[in-house]
Design a protein around this ligand. Structure first.
Ligand code: DGL
Length: 256
């Protein structure tokens, strides 16, 4: 990324297409902001790497986005937030860095004493951030975390109407069909297969992190006096480490 190429933009990144589900919420909440989205599709999936690898990939992306002039960062990835947010905030103390976390709190509050299924990557489920969240809300509901190995990688390939996607969802969570009261989509890739998950689990409320993250970004930009003026024309630019026209077309397709 060229120096100052994205001056005053909000930089948003994920391991690939998943963070676009968050980006859509950001654009709805903050239509006057300029966003640059970076998908690290060449290195996806993050959820099956080590935390040290995800930290190092995330750091390289944030360094680039800052070099390009971004005024704030959204880590639109539960896995990278768990593995890297603390360190990146310490390294970039002046920069607003907003992460995402599984929407367990609203799910539990919607159905106290119910059964809440949390679908997330193996790393998200394992790391302390989610373990703390479970400790905070685990008394209020029966929380069932399921590491969904392979699902984000499959979503990266697109062609989501292919029956193999529903087959994979069935393999991962089919045993909970009719057994849960709410579902938390704890990986930003999963909202893109919400219909397939619903087909397997039944018509229960789903919770994702897009709205909460957008509200948090608004708060942070306001606090730092960085909110775009109302007259500014918002925009979205897409970049990918798998820099091909096909990949960028896939990103635009997911955005729409
Ligand atoms: N979309 C990401 C998340 O929210 C990561 C998926 C992956 O690359 O494994 O966790």
């Amino acid at each position: 990324m060229n120096k100052d190429a994205f001056n005053g933009y909000v930089g948003v990144f994920d391991s690939g297409v998943g963070g676009i589900s968050i980006l859509r919420g950001l654009v709805r909440e903050l239509p006057h902001e300029r966003f640059v989205y970076f998908g690290d599709s060449a290195h996806a999936p993050y959820g099956e790497k080590t935390p040290a690898q995800v930290l190092s990939l995330s750091r390289a992306i944030v360094d680039d986005l800052v070099h390009a002039g971004c005024k704030a960062i959204v880590i639109a990835c539960n896995t990278a937030t768990s593995a890297a947010a603390e360190e990146l905030r310490a390294e970039y103390a002046q920069l607003p860095i907003v992460g995402v976390e599984p929407a367990l709190k609203p799910a539990v509050l919607s159905k106290r004493h119910g059964r809440v299924l949390v679908m997330a990557t193996p790393m998200t489920v394992r790391l302390r951030k989610f373990q703390d969240l479970m400790a905070a809300w685990g008394d209020e509901a029966k929380v069932i975390p399921v590491p969904c190995t392979g699902l984000a990688a499959r979503i990266e390939k697109g062609d989501l109407d292919n029956p193999d996607v529903t087959d994979l969802v069935c393999e991962l969570v089919g045993e909970y069909a009719g057994e849960v009261d709410a579902v938390v989509l704890g990986c930003t890739h999963y909202p893109f297969v919400a219909n397939q998950i619903r087909a397997v689990l039944g018509d229960v409320p789903f919770f994702d992190s897009a709205e909460g993250t957008a509200r948090q970004l608004r708060r942070r930009l306001e606090e730092c006096g960085l909110l775009a003026p109302n007259g500014q024309q918002g925009c979205v630019e897409f970049l990918s480490s798998k820099d091909t026209p096909e990949e960028l077309a896939l990103y635009r397709h997911f955005f729409q």
